[in-house]
Every structure is written in structure tokens, then in C-alpha cells.
Ligand binder design. Structure first.
Ligand SMILES: Cc1cc2nc3c(=O)[nH]c(=O)nc-3n(C[C@H](O)[C@H](O)[C@H](O)COP(=O)(O)OP(=O)(O)OC[C@H]3O[C@@H](n4cnc5c(N)ncnc54)[C@H](O)[C@@H]3O)c2cc1C
Length: 380
């Protein structure tokens, strides 16, 4: 990778920053519940903010022109992600719509599905949720039991999902269901959340007001028109989604913001001259920059049209470690300030660390993937 930002990329970043400065309210950090993407304030805000972002050409610049984008390269998408995430993700969970739901539809959708979904995503109007995990199928997703049984040309869906982010306000759920026996007989369906038989419960947790839900499917009817890709090819869709999701949110930007505010606080308190403190802060910052550079390598591959590799897992793992080093630093030196919530960015960085090593596949699962796909070690 021969890396330098072009004038076009720098101008794009400036445009995004100017837009954020003009549209984020003064009290955004506190009002958004320290950047809680699923909080009521943030989701309402996003429903107003995303159409404005779209109108300014800043929602899906990386999509092809025929689907409402500008055909810009993956760097534009990443710059946008970096700036949005650092600002506390004012798109709320619409970041999933533009990062992976839309691209999955572009890759696997029928013309009718594309016509139904893509224009509305590109206008900033749709939230999706991801119905993959189940109570007994997280890391081992292939053991999922939600079934879609074919009867007289229609499917009947029964089962339960869990940890589903955004489900109580999403417009559609991208559901993984079993359409046959065997680990591979899995199919992806896109179902509107108001389809009869779908019930959602919020699971309260410190990750945010509506970060987690249970979603129940009770005799939910679906047709072939609801299937994304072919029947039984769900893993192809999952692989594509996971690649975009694992290196999708540049978590290090908000983490660095939290770390910088921590350093400023420690300096103000006269505690930053301690060499042990400085060393810990420096190491944490270096870990964030390493995660950033690894992410840039992935984006470089996307720009060049290269197929995904195990580098997705090494990058995700680096993000996990960077988040953890910053959170440990915050906890060790600024625990009282975290409890008193003196800095929304610090609190958000700390809170989100709890999920980096679990969401999108746990850190241990990433290590397994690295062992198998990069180092060629046996599965056992
Ligand atoms: C913030 C957040 C948002 C989420 N959002 C969604 C969502 O929108 N949709 C969705 O479908 N899911 C979502 N999830 C769920 C997430 O995908 C799962 O929690 C994750 O895949 C792990 O599954 P599990 O919780 O069942 O844990 P388990 O798979 O039961 O794992 C428990 C522990 O065992 C370890 N472990 C398991 N298998 C292995 C192995 N083979 N080798 C080594 N260690 C192993 C794990 O690393 C972990 O430490 C979300 C999770 C979080 C934290």
C-alpha cells in the first residue's frame, strides 16, 4: 500500500466535518445519551439527519450511481465512517443500512428487492436489524434453529433471535433461517418488522437503551420474494455481511477521542507527568493507530477489488485490543470521572469496549479464523 490522502479525499473529509459542525446540536453529546445509537433521542435525530446527509451526497457516496450513490471509491466511505463514528454516530443504526445491508442487497438482491429497498436506504429512511444470533447459536451460528418451512409455495418461520440490535425501531430484519437439514441449509430472508407473528422485546443493558432485543417468530409467513440470494446460500450472504461489518465501524476514532479527553483531564489534574501514566497512554494510542493502519489496508483491498481475506479478522482483533487498552487506561486512572460522567466521549469509549470483542463474532472466534485462514493451522 502506497498511502497518502489525495486532495479529493481531503476535500471530502472537510465537507463531512463542515456538515457535522452545521447540523449537530450543541448539546448533542449529552442529549444523545453519550452517543447511544439506539437511544430514543438519537434514532429520532437520525430520521431527520440522514435524509439531509443524503441530500448533501454524504450518505452513500460509495454506492454505484444507479442505486443513488456517486460511484466514489471505498476511501470516501471510510472517511465518512471515521468522521461519523468520531462524532458519536449521528446516523444511529442507519450506519448498518449503508455499510452492509445495502451492499448485500446490491450483491444478492433481485431487481424487485433492489427497487424496494435501495432508493429508500439512499434517501436515509430505513433502519435494518440483523437476526442472526440465537440463544444457542452465537459463535456457532450454524447450529441456529429458526426454521423456514415451505408449505404450498409459502414459508412458515418459527424461532427466536437474541441480542438483535435496533429491532424495536428497525423497518426490516435480515433473518437467518434453516430451510433444510445440515449445517449449510441456511437461507437469508428480509422481512418487514410489521409482518404478523414477529414480536420484539427490549433487553436492557449498559450498552444502550435499545442495543439488544429478543425477536420471536411465530408462524410468520414469507414468500420466495422475501429471500435474499438463493435458498440454501445463506452463508454466502453472511460472509459478505460479516466482512463489511467486522471492518465497518472505525471504532478507533471515538476511542481516540475518549483517550484524548482523558489525557487532557489528567494534564489538568497535574497527573500526566507520571511516566507510568504517560507510557500507558502512549501504548494505548499506538494500538489505536495500528488498528487504523490495518483498517486502511482492508480499504485499500476494497478499492482494488481484491477478495476479502483473513486480514478482516486481524484488523477486527486489533480494534478489540485497542479498545481494551484504552478502556483499561480509563478504568485505572479515571474511574471516578467515568462514574461522574465528566466526558461523554470517555464514557462512550469505555461503554463500547464491552461489546467490541463480542459483536460481529467474538475476539476468540477472530483468533480461530486467523489460525485457520491465515496461519493454516488445523481446526482441532
Ligand atoms: C453490542 C452487541 C451487538 C450485537 N448485535 C447483534 C445483532 O444485531 N444481531 C445478531 O444476530 N447478534 C448480535 N450480537 C450477538 C453477537 O453476534 C454474539 O454475542 C456473538 O456472536 C457471540 O455469541 P454468544 O453471545 O452466543 O456467545 P458464545 O458463542 O456462547 O461464546 C461464549 C464465549 O465462548 C467463546 N467461544 C465460543 N466458541 C468458541 C470457539 N470455537 N473457540 C474459542 N472460544 C469460543 C466466545 O469467544 C465467548 O467468550 C450482538 C452482540 C453485542 C455484544
Amino acid at each position: 500500500m502506497d498511502f497518502a490522502w489525495t486532495a479529493e479525499h481531503e476535500a471530502f473529509r472537510t465537507k463531512v466535518r463542515d456538515f457535522l459542525a452545521a447540523h449537530l446540536p450543541q448539546d448533542w453529546p449529552g442529549a444523545s445519551g453519550n452517543f447511544d445509537a439506539g437511544g430514543y433521542y438519537t434514532t429520532d435525530f437520525a430520521r431527520d439527519f440522514c435524509p439531509k446527509l443524503a441530500a448533501a451526497g454524504l450518505l452513500v457516496p460509495h454506492w454505484p450511481k444507479e442505486y443513488g450513490g456517486q460511484g466514489a471509491d471505498a476511501w470516501h466511505h471510510w472517511i465518512l465512517n471515521e468522521e461519523m463514528f468520531e462524532a458519536g454516530e449521528p446516523r444511529s443504526y442507519q450506519y448498518m443500512s449503508v455499510n452492509w445491508a445495502g451492499p448485500a442487497l446490491i450483491k444478492f438482491g433481485t431487481e424487485a428487492q433492489k427497487a424496494e429497498h435501495l432508493p429508500r436506504i439512499a434517501e436515509g429512511k430505513l433502519f435494518y436489524c440483523q437476526g442472526f444470533s440465537e440463544p444457542n447459536a452465537g459463535s456457532d451460528l450454524a447450529s441456529l434453529r429458526t426454521s423456514a418451512k415451505l408449505e404450498n409455495g409459502r414459508y412458515r418461520i418459527n424461532g427466536q433471535k437474541i441480542w438483535t440490535s435496533a429491532a424495536s425501531f428497525a423497518d426490516y430484519c435480515i433473518v437467518l433461517a434453516r430451510t433444510g437439514e445440515g449445517r449449510k441449509a441456511i437461507t437469508v430472508l428480509i422481512l418487514p418488522m410489521d409482518r404478523p407473528g414477529i414480536q420484539v422485546n427490549v433487553i436492557k443493558g449498559f450498552q444502550g437503551a435499545r442495543a439488544f432485543h429478543e425477536v420471536f417468530f411465530d408462524e410468520v409467513e414469507a414468500g420466495p420474494e422475501d429471500i435474499l440470494g438463493e435458498v440454501g446460500t445463506g452463508w454466502d450472504v453472511v460472509q459478505a455481511v460479516m466482512h463489511n461489518e467486522r471492518v465497518g465501524a472505525p471504532r478507533y476514532t471515538l476511542t481516540i477521542r475518549g483517550l484524548e479527553e482523558a489525557v487532557a483531564l489528567l494534564q489538568a489534574q497535574g497527573r500526566f507527568s507520571d511516566s507510568a501514566v504517560r507510557t500507558r497512554a502512549a501504548r494505548a494510542r499506538v494500538a489505536c493507530e495500528a488498528a487504523r493502519l490495518q483498517a486502511y489496508q482492508i480499504i485499500d483491498g476494497r478499492v482494488k477489488g481484491l477478495p476479502p481475506t483473513a486480514a478482516t479478522s486481524t484488523t477486527r482483533y486489533s480494534m478489540v485490543m485497542a479498545d481494551k487498552m484504552v478502556a483499561d487506561f480509563l478504568g485505572d486512572y479515571l474511574g471516578d470521572e467515568l462514574i461522574r460522567n465528566v466526558s461523554p466521549a470517555m464514557s462512550a469509549a469505555y461503554r463500547r469496549t464491552g461489546s467490541t470483542g463480542v459483536a460481529s463474532g467474538t475476539a476468540e472466534v477472530q483468533l480461530n479464523l486467523i489460525a485457520r485462514n491465515m496461519l493454516g493451522l488445523p481446526k482441532e
